[in-house]
Design a protein around this ligand. Structure first.
Ligand SMILES: Cc1cc2nc3c(=O)[nH]c(=O)nc-3n(C[C@H](O)[C@H](O)[C@H](O)COP(=O)(O)OP(=O)(O)OC[C@H]3O[C@@H](n4cnc5c(N)ncnc54)[C@H](O)[C@@H]3O)c2cc1C
Length: 395
């Protein structure tokens, strides 16, 4: 099929916007990114963090397992191509609070891994205590080490993608989207606020809104579909980083669908990050508040019980990060059926970063109206029964 060269405006320079802009430029389109900063992901962007988990473990949901598997091929390729390796394939330690049983996140994730040809290393409490002694094995009778996965330096990944975009001719404009403009039902561009406060307009054949948790505020007709949901992140500082790094301390999920807790090995500077993949609270992305004392206490009691040597580890930083939640936990990527030329790429629902390598292709195909096997689940859809992705706290 002959490609038409289009003027595309991408709103948002987080992971979804950066990789979409790069892909669209590589496909020969004239691409401009509009964000509130031009030097990288905005400090408050969800993608802008020291680390994100990259895992294939999705309970019985083979769709995400496969999408992560494809993404991992590209994460590995990027590691070869980029000047610095930003994906760390340190695997993923999955701990279960009960012996494995059909239907549980851990049992089903491990079953799907085996079904798809992987060999996860299953262990019992005694083996956990022997191999990963930081863990209180009496709380985790079973688990497995997922053979493929790890974590990525997410903020640095986005900066790298933006840099690659620049090389491919992507143009950057600093400003805040105010309104998507249309002629009839066809999108024609945007009005945006410049840094100095004055309003300006940009014309475009297609507008891709990849504004993460801000998307439902910018496109208010999506406010029942996409919700900005605040989630806490805590950074601790360990005394001896070498004791808290892979392989003795791999990235982990500790009874994640029952407790919400997951975390990362220590960085070289001693920072060890703990996150909670829970329900969170709906919040305004621009006044998201602080991590509450209640949450800090909750995290401390998790450390005391599960990782006793970290009982008194000092907190050196906290961050409230915003999920862009969909009602069903699936990403939201597709053309607005009522506004031709408006493509939305959002709805990461707290697990979207790992798919960054595949997002550009999915967005590119949505924009060019090409078939894409992943779109059927991400495309514009009627609000249905609420669901969450399998690793998220299910209570
Ligand atoms: C606490 C937390 C932990 C997570 N952990 C993981 C994990 O371990 N693994 C994983 O795979 N995923 C994880 N995620 C999800 C992942 O971070 C997101 O799915 C992904 O980063 C979303 O990227 P994005 O580009 O959609 O949004 P963002 O990164 O938020 O980018 C949105 C961009 O839009 C811009 N913008 C906003 N308003 C405007 C405007 N008016 N005009 C112009 N630009 C605007 C912002 O400045 C920002 O740069 C986590 C998310 C959070 C919050």
């Amino acid at each position: 099929m002959q490609r038409e060269c289009l003027d595309v405006l991408v709103v948002g320079a987080g992971a979804f916007g950066a990789v979409s802009a790069l892909e669209l430029a590589q496909r020969g389109h004239q691409v401009t990114i509009l964000d509130r900063t031009t030097i990288g992901p905005h400090p408050s962007a969800s993608s802008n963090d020291i680390s994100k988990m990259i895992r294939m473990d999705y309970g019985s949901d083979i769709f995400y397992h496969e999408l992560a598997d494809y993404s991992l091929d590209i994460w590995e390729q990027w590691n070869e191509e980029w000047p610095k390796r930003l994906y760390h394939p340190e695997r993923f330690l999955v701990l279960a609070a009960k012996p494995f049983e059909p239907g549980s996140f851990e049992f089903e994730s491990e079953r799907v891994l085996r079904q798809r040809g992987y060999t996860p290393e299953r262990f019992n409490a005694a083996q956990l205590a022997a191999k990963w002694p930081a863990w209180n094995a009496s709380l985790y009778p079973q688990g497995y080490l997922s053979p493929r996965g790890g974590w990525a330096e997410s903020g640095a990944v986005v900066s790298r993608l933006l840099e690659s975009g620049r090389t491919e001719g992507v143009h950057f404009i600093q400003g805040a989207l105010d309104e998507v403009l249309s002629k009839g039902s066809q999108v024609s561009g945007v009005r945006y606020r410049e840094r100095n406060g004055s309003m300006n307009t940009l014309t475009a054949d297609r507008v891709v809104v990849a504004a993460g948790a801000w998307t439902p505020i910018l496109l208010p007709w999506l406010e029942d579909t996409l919700k900005p949901v605040a989630q806490p992140i805590i950074h601790y500082e360990v005394e001896d980083p070498s004791q808290w790094q892979s392989p003795i301390f791999p990235p982990f999920a500790a009874d994640t669908s029952g407790s919400g807790w997951y975390g990362f090995p220590s960085l070289q500077d001693g920072r060890l990050k703990l996150g909670h993949h829970g329900n969170g609270r709906v919040a305004d992305p621009d006044s998201r508040g602080e991590v509450s004392k209640e949450h800090l206490d909750h995290a401390r009691s998790f450390l005391r019980s599960s990782l006793p040597k970290l009982s008194d580890v000092p907190v050196v930083g906290t961050r409230v990060c915003l999920y862009c939640d969909t009602f069903d936990g699936d990403l939201w990527i597709g053309e607005d059926p009522e506004r031709s030329g408006l493509i939305v790429a959002a709805g990461g629902s707290g697990h979207g970063f790992k798919f960054t390598p595949m997002i550009g292709k999915i967005v590119g195909d949505a924009l060019e109206k090409r078939d894409n096997r992943w779109l059927y689940r991400f495309d514009w859809r009627e609000r249905g029964k609420p669901r969450k992705e399998a690793a998220r706290l299910q209570l």
